[in-house]
Design a protein. Sequence first.
Length: 228
Amino acid sequence: MDTFPPSRFFPPPETADPDGLVAVGGRLSPPWILDAYRHGIFPWPFTGDVGLMTWWSPDPRAVIEFDGFHVSRRLLRTCRSEKFSVTSDRDFAGVIQGCATENGRTNSTWLFPAMIRAYTRLFELGHAHSIEVWHEGLLAGGTYGVSIGGLFAAESKFYRVRDASKVALAHLVDHLRARGYKLLDIQQRTAHTARLGAIQIPRKEYICRLQKAIDLPVTFGEGLESRF
């Protein structure tokens, strides 16, 4: 860890307070956001005021291990059925808007307009990617995140049709495994992600794995690689 280049903008993540808060302020620009992810930090604002942007590195950190992701028999049947079709990077705007507004999230989400613009810019630059799930020609659910080398930081997911978000995550995990990713970060574990196999690891371990992952010659690619 001593040889890892320090952040251009942030203090070391181990200086975070007990809740994981590393810094307040800064800019929601690609250089700032990518630098944050490269050092185990992510933006998560309290309010829509960009001037009050907060940056976090919780301890422990939640991840999904590629060999530990749990696909139930029911979910496997759904993934293999013809109920849904799944694509990648076809409608990033639709996915991030869905994550901000569906399931009662309007006005109660961290995906404020400035955040949506920031991640959309990352998508335009090739640093963010989406998985879309379609049902009868309409966007039924999806997920998106940030990709740096062998790291994929999954940010949010949503559904409009039952199971669509789970299908999106299952396809994402399989795609990342096929492409050679080594670290799938989900930031914080919930009861829902725990049922899918999410675990918590110490921040120190996460940073060590992150440093190895981000330098790998891995890309998200075009098109979806999945066993389903």
